[in-house]
Design a protein around this ligand. Structure first.
Ligand code: E4P
Length: 217
């Protein structure tokens, strides 16, 4: 499973990328607001660091407006994936942008039927929001299983990009189901490495090593 990071924080992206953990980046208008930067400048900076897909979201809600914004965003770098909302205009824009050879991430997916439509429109990525479903008492991971089954039934090539990830268990469950990508906030990506037995074991090894009085040189 690929890891995208769900942030527009340049420092975080740089650090995690150096660890080899970043296959791509997703941003959205809220993350751009949090970064305090301008969408074109922030996206360009991210694309200079990460060579994989970097999602940048349109904010127009009509087809013509989305296409005009997509044109601007696409000029930033070749690895910009245009993010469009899961609406009829968004699906129309998805089809048109894909026909120009550009990656498209269809976002704000909350049902299997929506994911089916996005695949039929040729989306490169579908972004089902698991955390926001959990928030309203619906098991977000069930949606990932449903989409996996539907895409496999018909051999759709659209990649399932698990979004709105809120916990380390979301990441594990996404991988068990066979999602293609999880887009993970930096804090959760860092939390994946943690295990109390790793810390305890390391502490014991270091204590014994100190008693040997040796140095590796
Ligand atoms: C990513 O593409 C989504 O915009 C993001 O994961 C949404 O996460 P949130 O529900 O925590 O805002």
């Amino acid at each position: 499973m690929k890891f995208f990071i769900d942030t527009a924080d340049i420092k975080e992206i740089r650090e995690l990328n150096e660890m080899g953990l970043v296959d791509g980046v997703t941003t959205n208008p809220s993350l751009i607001l949090k970064s305090g930067g301008k969408i074109d400048e922030v996206t360009r900076e991210i694309c200079d660091i990460v060579s994989g897909p970097v999602s940048a979201e349109v904010t127009a809600t009509d087809y013509k407006g989305m296409m005009a914004e997509a044109k601007v965003l696409a000029k930033i770098a070749d690895n910009v994936a245009i993010k469009v909302p899961l609406t009829l205009d968004g699906l129309k824009a998805c089809k048109a942008i894909r026909s120009e050879g550009r990656m498209v991430n269809v976002t704000l997916c909350f049902s299997a039927n929506q994911a089916l439509l996005a695949a039929k429109a040729g989306a490169s990525f579908i972004s089902p929001f698991v955390g926001r479903l959990d928030d309203i008492g619906i098991e977000g991971m069930d949606l990932i299983s449903e989409i996996r089954q539907i895409y496999d039934n018909y051999d759709f090539q659209t990649e399932i990009l698990v979004a709105s990830v809120r916990s380390v268990n979301h990441v594990k469950d996404a991988a068990l189901i066979g999602a293609d990508v999880a887009t993970v906030p930096p804090a959760i990506l860092r939390a994946l490495v943690k295990h109390p037995l790793t810390d305890k074991g390391l502490e014991a090894f270091l204590a014994d090593w100190a008693k040997t009085g040796q140095k590796i040189a």
